[in-house]
Design a protein around this ligand. Structure first.
Ligand SMILES: [Zn+2]
Length: 229
């Protein structure tokens, strides 16, 4: 039987590539997405299409209203930064940071993994060309993995040794795009923009749009989602 892995899937190109890596390593994917009240809920449709295209055993979309907590440009009435230079994107923690988001997401992934009796969790975080989010750093992932093995029945009883796989953590956006393309990810299905425009087009100016444009340019590839609109 193929090993199983829970894969956090946002609908963006990083998590789509992380899912493709898990599949290429022989894992059966259990994709997990969150309807958390994000401004860019359009990404959930992308997550569904990516999960279907890459072949997952199951795709769970959990509802979790982070707008009730707020504190982020993605979950509260706070402006999404636009038109920033790459230098500005690379310094400091932006308003699009969602308080403790990856801890919230990984905790749900851990609960599902324990229930499925699997020990492998994939997350598409990366530190290069990212937005300075503290919960994307290797030291954070290592700490979460230690915690996962302390916090669970399966961990304490020695039935599971949970592993948080971060296949993209040291890759640039261009390298992620190159890898995803090699593994057959259809980037036309993915969604990156934090603030979809009326009519459903990416804004082209938020940090996520700018990092995506830079990544495709450096990879020497055309972004199929840019022409599809
Ligand atoms: Zn955008």
């Amino acid at each position: 039987m193929a090993p199983q892995a829970v894969v956090l899937l946002s609908g963006g190109l990083d998590s789509a590539t992380a899912l493709a890596v898990a599949r290429s390593e022989g894992y059966e994917g259990y994709a997990l997405s969150f309807d958390y009240g994000q401004r860019h809920a359009r990404e959930l449709g992308s997550a569904r299409r990516v999960a279907a295209a890459l072949g997952t055993k199951e795709h769970l979309v959990l509802r979790l209203d982070l707008r009730a907590i707020g504190g982020s440009a993605l979950t509260a009435d706070i402006a999404v930064p636009k038109g920033r230079s790459h230098g500005a994107i690379g310094s400091g923690i932006p308003a699009t940071y969602v308080p403790a988001r990856n801890t919230i997401f990984l905790s749900h992934a851990l609960a599902w993994a324990e229930t499925l009796e699997t020990q492998d969790i994939f997350i598409g975080v990366n530190v290069l060309d990212a937005s300075g989010y503290p919960d994307c750093r290797p030291e954070y992932i290592e700490a979460f993995e230690r915690m996962a093995n302390l916090a669970t029945k399966a961990g304490v009883e020695g039935k599971s040794r949970f592993r948080i796989h971060t296949p993209l953590i040291t890759l640039s956006k261009a390298e992620i795009i190159t890898l995803g393309a090699k593994l057959g990810v259809d980037f036309a299905l993915t969604w990156s923009c934090y603030e979809p425009q009326p009519g459903g087009r990416p804004c082209g100016l938020c940090d996520s749009c700018l990092l995506r444009q830079k990544g495709f340019a450096e990879a020497g590839l055309a972004d199929p989602a840019a022409s599809a609109g």
